[in-house]
Design a protein around this ligand. Structure first.
Ligand code: HEM
Length: 400
């Protein structure tokens, strides 16, 4: 592991990449005021109990810190709501965002991958995987799917960076002013995205098209349709979750195949093993390294008693390296079977976009292996990780 960390300059805050933890599976950190869960069985236990571990984390944020703005509404924000509202909304959006809708995208994903790699070759010089492929591919796919112009992707990137790229840890012990400023900083991009998607959704109500926004506007379960605000908030999750994480997955997978050349040779020779490579990449360098929950009651977990109304960080990345679940967790071994990693979460909030992320990963990696032999990073131009503690991904990955 030491060589991986040194070779790729893995930041200090990505502790789970730096080898399995030796500490307890559940811990309170007085510095941040947060509880953290690192162990695999403990994490599954929490994710299997959404009544105790609620996704409505705003309920524990003191009211005086919440913005008093009409622009701030988490209605329809699937990741932030609990049953029964979650169950109903998930059913509704799943009826529009189906497996068939995703599977039909395969030829377009392949064409786009070739187009992007051709464009990079025409520009000359080396391939910078993130700028040339891993960023533009998923954002274009999700924009085309939703029906918003993919030429606006710089705008989407600005919003995503403003919301996600932080090098500081979440903490409840910051001053009220600091917390308010953090929330305010998130409010501006949220407001801009709401207006942008609201305009597009309103247009689809007037003039339906063959796109996902239209399907969402028209989706109906038990005679009920989605209110505008919920269409916009769900589209917002798709636009953000639909590209940021998949960008990380593509970069991380190439990094893994660079670090473990024998696995690259194996994947090259046996393309049927690519899906297993993607799954192991999700375990080994978990893009969405932590999810947050709020306790609704006092609860025992991993030998600790977590009081009610506490914020709990569930470290998917650390659980994916728990030696009680995965033998030799710090080795990238796509042959693991089964590989029950938690990279897409677990339970009722399991990632709705997992089929799309897996498809994009498989198609793009196959084409990269076809066109680049070997796929190698450039030792003279170092890899750079995103500093955000809860996200594992590279933002600069130059290839030789
Ligand atoms: C939920 C990871 C790609 C849409 C989640 C969750 C994780 C996750 C860990 C659970 C959140 C929680 O429990 O609080 C990832 C990773 C991806 C990826 C690692 C890529 C490698 C995508 C894509 C889309 C998407 C491509 C859509 C196009 C969603 C949605 C949810 C979700 C809508 C919320 C589900 C719910 O709350 O019921 N994702 N995701 N994700 N993801 Fe993904």
């Amino acid at each position: 592991m030491t060589s991986f960390i040194e070779r790729y300059h893995v930041p200090e805050q990505h502790f789970w990449v730096r080898g399995s933890r030796s500490g307890p599976p559940v811990e309170y950190d007085a510095g941040t005021g947060l509880w953290s869960v690192y162990g695999y069985p403990e994490l599954r236990e929490a994710l299997n109990d959404p009544v105790t571990f609620s996704s409505d984390t705003m309920r524990v944020v003191p009211k005086e810190m919440l913005p008093e703005s009409e622009d701030f509404s988490l209605s329809g924000f699937l990741t932030q709501i609990d049953p029964p509202e979650h169950t109903k909304l998930r059913k509704l959006v799943s009826s529009a965002f189906t497996r068939k809708v995703v599977a039909d995208l395969e030829p377009r994903i392949a064409d786009l991958t070739h187009e992007l790699l051709d464009a990079a070759r025409e520009r000359g010089g080396h391939l910078e995987l993130v700028t040339d492929l891993a960023y533009p591919l998923p954002v274009t796919v999700i924009a085309e799917l939703l029906g918003v112009p993919s030429s606006d992707r710089d705008l989407f990137r600005q919003w995503a960076n403003a919301l996600f790229e932080r090098d500081t840890q979440v903490s409840l012990n910051k001053s009220t002013e600091e917390q308010r400023q953090d929330l305010q900083a998130a409010l501006t991009p949220l407001k801009e995205m709401t207006d942008y998607l609201g305009t597009h959704a309103a247009e689809r109500r007037r003039q339906p098209r063959a796109d996902l926004l239209t399907r969402l506007v028209e989706a109906e379960v038990d005679g009920e349709r989605l209110p505008d605000r919920q269409v916009v908030n769900f589209a917002m999750i798709l636009l953000l979750a639909g590209h940021v994480t998949t960008t990380m997955l593509l970069g991380n997978t190439v990094l893994c195949l660079d670090a473990f050349p024998e696995q690259q040779a194996r994947a090259r020779a046996d393309r049927a093993s690519i899906p297993a490579v993607i799954e192991e990449s999700l375990r080994f360098l978990t893009p969405f390294a932590a999810v947050t929950r709020a306790t609704t009651r006092e609860v025992e977990l991993g030998g600790e008693t977590i009081p009610a109304d506490r914020l709990v960080m569930l470290w998917l990345g650390a659980a994916n390296r728990d030696p009680r679940q995965f033998s030799d967790p710090d080795v990238f071994a796509p042959g693991r079977d089964p590989n029950p990693h938690l990279g897409f979460g677990h339970g009722i909030h399991f990632c709705l976009g997992a089929p799309l992320a897996r498809l994009e990963g498989r198609v793009a990696l196959n084409i990269l292996l076809d066109r680049y032999d070997p796929l190698r990073t450039d030792p003279d131009d170092p890899v750079a990780f995103i500093p955000t503690p809860t996200m594992t991904g590279v933002r600069h990955l130059p290839l030789r």
